[in-house]
Ligand binder design. Structure first.
Ligand SMILES: [Zn+2]
Length: 203
């Protein structure tokens, strides 16, 4: 059976398998809850990094904790097509919500990399560290950092245990002072596209 799979079918199967693997990184057994900079969040970031590297991308983390994989184009320093989504979740979220938008392009890049295909632009797949606002009651932290619109007032927001976002970021090795440098220069961005499934609990 496997021998008859087309590359597209194979990539599709890989995406579905990866979604299952990534869903293991949860704070609550039996459901998927993964909030900003928790152990589950670190585990998911490490897994995404591994898949991106295996797909031929160089991977970096920015000061917000975004996981950014870059697949170089034919010209060095070419502007990048940005794609990606968030890998934090709401409480009892669906495994495809956000996560699909990260793993799908990584699987596509892995396929192109195997075929030796390069484009006249780079591709950057961004795993946005935070969108849902569950832990610190502030949303879109990852994309705001990249857009250069991060509101530093939210660094003083506290989680349920009374820790500030600033403390939690520092403890995880992310320096809030580096947030301005996380912004992407307009001329380095070709476009941004996102695959996104809005999904509630169940899977
Ligand atoms: Zn979402």
């Amino acid at each position: 059976m496997a021998a008859t799979l087309t590359p597209a079918t194979e990539t599709g199967a890989r995406i579905m398998a990866w979604a299952d693997t990534l869903a293991v990184h949860t704070e609550q057994p039996g459901m998927l809850t993964r909030t900003y900079l928790t152990e589950a969040h670190h585990g998911a970031a490490a897994q995404l990094t591994e898949w991106m590297q295996a797909a031929g991308m160089t991977v970096r983390r920015d000061a917000a904790g975004n996981v950014i994989g870059r697949y170089e184009g034919t010209a060095p320093d070419a502007p990048a097509l940005l794609t990606g989504s968030h890998f934090d979740t709401v409480r009892d979220g669906g495994r495809y919500d956000g996560n699909l938008g990260v793993i799908l392009p990584v699987a596509c890049v892995a396929q192109w990399n195997r075929q030796g295909k390069r484009f006249p632009f780079a591709i950057e797949v961004v795993g946005f560290a935070e969108e849902e606002g569950v832990r610190f009651k502030a949303t879109l932290l990852g994309s705001r950092a990249i857009a250069g619109t991060f509101d530093t007032n939210v660094l003083d927001n506290v989680d349920d245990s009374g820790k500030t976002m600033r403390e939690v970021m520092r403890a995880a090795g992310f320096d809030p002072a580096g947030l301005p440098a996380a912004a992407h220069a307009r001329e380095q961005v070709l476009a941004f596209v996102e695959v996104h499934i809005e999904q509630g609990p169940s899977a």
